[in-house]
Design a protein around this ligand. Sequence first.
Ligand SMILES: [Zn+2]
Length: 344
Amino acid sequence: MTKEEIKQELIRRYKFIYENALFILAPYMHENTPYNKNIKSSIYLNVLPQELLLSIESFLLSDINMEESELYKFVENNKSNTEYLKQYKKGLELLERKNKQYEYEVLKLNLNCRYLLELIYIFIERQSRDTKNRDNKLLVIDEYARINRYKNDGKIWTSGVNQTFRDISNYTNYNCSIVMLNNNERIMRDKNDIGLKRGLFIKYISDFNNHYEYNYSILTEEEKQKIYLEYHDELPWDLEIKCMFDNDNLERPYNTNPCLNFFNIKEEDIFINPNSKEDGYYQVCPHCGFIVNIPDNILSEGIKKRIEGRCKEDPMLFRKMELYSELYSLDKNTKPGQRRILKK
Ligand SMILES: [Zn+2]
């Protein structure tokens, strides 16, 4: 395995567990039958069988290609296994019933990639021999978790499975995600079980010399963004546009002119012209107040729908933006001693 192959393999495996975590975990949802009719039944995720935990560990860490791994074959085969699909569907129903009890999103059981990584992290932590290799394996699981923490907000998230102090300044309000593995004390490991032995994949990824200094990761932030955007219908946070005239037919307010500077396109700042027959998406330049046309080919259908939905709720939005654009430009050119209207 070359360095580039290791990196690509890491990405492919990450995507696989991102897409299949629920499929792997849901069949283990369980509802206990209370011995007394007055007691409510409880729904929880059963402890995964040792063979499954081991095959996930080996899938995430070994030197063989993903497609040759047991877990990959297990998942692919079960996609057409009616018995498994029945179990899976039942698991989803239990999960839905369990989560109905909770109002807050953080309390809900989310059988996603992150959850799977935490389970495996605990499983590996319980390995009591070959501790040097165990610690390196945990570092690799951290690398998967770092890909999962990417948020498309321009902030660099360096924590692995466990939250570290380095990311604390990223939180604007207290929104630390808490993952509750209430069955972690039930994950056991035989003291002679050392799981997957050392290999090139583990060696390369756990070696800090192969990490970028700025994000403590073997992937760049651009590489993580690319993975993130495959699963999230969002604009890249760093997508820029130049403030200039376009060939659209919008009649812009007096006293506004493009400044030719670049600025970031932000979905929440885009608005539409409800009076125009053609699709027109606009954003006010934060440097000068000019209304800049956002080419609609860079916006996905989902993003367009969200923008339209938001703008519909405020029928006067476009008019407000026109007035704001002109006022912003005028204020910008205010000389000392003249009155400014806008605060910022
Ligand atoms: Zn401008």
